[in-house]
Design a protein around this ligand. Structure first.
Ligand SMILES: [Mg+2]
Length: 280
């Protein structure tokens, strides 16, 4: 019945499609071809009738990417590292409230990051290792997603507004080729409350994607995944921008979203058959 209602809504929006034509399942994914559809309108209608769902809408045939760039916190892992780390300083509530507002796009990313890092001044560096061991877990399907894309020649980059202390071991575990992130200042085994080097923000994420694409050439296809406001520029720059269980501000800018399944839903949307998935 939802198909009927969606079909009627598409027809009302000037994108008529017969239900019979919509029923092309491939690996559990419903593929719909609309030669003259408006992608934004199409996404909105599918959202109305099928949410929560995983979807990817493209004006052209969907192709496998040669580049995959992903955010880390709340995308490739289930947590926000800085919030978990703040718990070791007894400041989780205060820090996570700032994180939430920054990810919703209500605060400037850089100043919100500096503010939270400053709150952690004096924390023992050992807390980072403990936090990683006890609190941080990969998002379901993340390893399979990265391993499968790599097996097909895709370059994979983890780019985070979080910290190398977390991102390096996580990238290694998940199999990413490259990691870009912020560096926590450490002196005498304690956090200085400042960051070393240039800040990785939303503009940096976008720049990394563009740089990698320039290396791959004009025919290359890129995919970016993220969940927060600082991922908007990267998502928009990519051929396919995926919002993973994302904040509304990012979701509305994306070409598709994962709201239902895990990271392997991306493989389904790319029409990579399950028997070709590589477990990480
Ligand atoms: Mg994130």
């Amino acid at each position: 019945m939802r198909l009927d209602r969606a079909s009627a809504a598409l027809s009302d929006a000037g994108m008529p499609v017969a239900v019979a034509q919509m029923l092309d399942f491939h690996g559990g994914v419903l593929q719909i071809a609309l030669p003259h559809g408006d992608p934004a309108k199409f996404r909105a209608i599918l959202d109305t009738h099928f949410a929560p769902a995983d979807l990817l809408v493209s004006a052209e045939d969907i192709r496998e990417p040669q580049l995959f760039v992903s955010d880390m916190d709340s995308t490739m892992i289930g947590q926000e590292c800085i919030d978990e780390l703040a718990d070791f300083a007894g400041l989780k509530k205060q820090v996570s409230a700032i994180t939430e507002r920054a990810m919703q796009g209500e605060l400037d990313f850089e100043s919100a990051l500096k503010e939270r890092v400053a709150l952690l001044e004096g924390l023992d560096e050992e807390a980072i290792r403990q936090c990683l061991d006890e609190r941080i877990a990969a998002t379901p399907g993340a390893r399979t997603l990265v391993a499968t894309l790599k097996s097909r020649g895709c370059q994979t980059v983890l780019v985070t507004g979080g910290f190398h202390h977390f991102a390096d071991p996580i990238a290694e575990k998940l199999g990413f080729h490259r990691v870009v992130g912020n560096r926590l200042g450490i002196r005498d085994g304690r956090l200085t409350g400042t960051l070393d080097g240039a800040i990785v923000d939303g503009a940096t994420k976008q720049r990394i994607l563009i740089e990698e694409m320039e290396r791959l050439g004009p025919e290359a296809v890129s995919m970016a995944a993220g969940d927060g406001a600082n991922d908007v520029r990267m998502i928009k720059a990519a051929t396919y921008g995926i919002a993973y269980r994302a904040k509304p501000t990012l979701r509305e800018k994306a070409d598709g979203w994962i709201d239902r399944g895990d990271c392997t839903s991306i493989l389904k949307l790319l029409q990579i058959p399950r028997e070709e998935w590589v477990s990480g």
